[in-house]
Design a protein. Structure first.
Length: 274
């Protein structure tokens, strides 16, 4: 989940390992150390992680009684989550306010395309799969192109196979599992007019998310940190009325409070005199 730094301006990540196996006291001490060292902590984690990991994170946050811990679990494949985590690390170097930084992950989710090439979709339960694709999965030579986000798609790979890509300049990350396929690099990336392509290690949660270890996972992303800053700067900010920090959007990721809308509709029969 912690991708290599893209440049010298990407702050290091702290990897929380073995949360579901270590004693609770060790998890509490580790998180308290981070809080003592930093103003706030943003934990980016995957829905494919074991349920015990999610329970431990919520337990730690509850026992520490801290609204300085944000738990961010986007409904994306693991490689997409890893991309978002690195983008937040890039923004953190710029001194972005913690509330804005935490909620920027939700904003950046709209600018990633996540998918994979799979040898089978029989165990894929996070993307709608038709009966025809299920039947084709029993054929040993079958390969499927799957787009999980933003719009789910499943296609049987062939000469005319295609997936809907981004309409803006993006880079692509590729993480190879136990599947021999170069379709992403030789066909999909050129069709999507990618500005560049890099290969990284497959995230540990990818096999559980996609339902098979025979896969090649990919994700597009905005490469330039200046563009990320522009997106955050142009987004409307609100002040959380509970903890007082600035956030983007309608939810404070730290205290989970819904931020009131700025513009309330005028009640029927009410007129304004100015």
């Amino acid at each position: 989940m912690a991708l290599p730094a893209q440049d010298e301006c990407t702050v290091p990540a702290v990897v929380l390992t073995d949360l579901d196996r270590q004693p609770l006291e060790q998890s509490l001490d580790g998180m308290q150390t981070l809080l003592d060292r930093h103003e706030r902590v943003i934990v980016v984690h995957s829905a494919a992680a074991p349920a015990a990991v999610h329970r431990r994170l919520h337990t730690v946050r509850s026992l520490l009684e801290s609204d300085r811990i944000a738990l961010f679990r986007p409904e994306l494949p693991p490689l997409g989550i890893a991309v978002l985590a690195r983008q937040l690390r890039q923004l953190a170097f710029c001194g972005t306010d913690p509330g804005v930084l935490a909620s920027a992950g939700r904003l950046f989710t709209h600018y990633v395309h996540c998918g994979a090439v799979l040898n089978s979709v029989i165990r894929l339960d996070r993307v709608p799969v038709g009966l025809k694709a299920h039947a084709k999965s029993w054929m040993p030579s079958s390969r499927f192109g799957v787009l999980a986000h933003p719009t789910p798609q499943v296609v049987l790979l062939g000469p005319d196979a295609t997936l809907t890509g981004p309409e803006y300049g993006s880079w692509m990350l590729v993480a190879k599992g136990k599947l021999e396929s170069d379709w992403v690099g030789t066909t999909l990336a050129p069709a999507w007019n990618m500005l560049g392509l890099r290969e990284v290690a497959l995230p540990a949660e990818s096999v559980a998310w996609w339902g098979t270890g025979k896969l090649v996972e990919f994700c597009t992303y905005l490469h330039n940190p200046l563009i990320l800053q522009q997106l955050v700067t142009s987004a409307r900010r609100s002040a959380c009325h509970w903890c007082g920090i600035d956030v983007i959007g309608d939810l404070c990721v730290f205290c989970s409070t819904t931020v009131p809308a700025h513009d309330q509709p005028v009640s029927a029969g009410h007129t304004s005199s100015e």
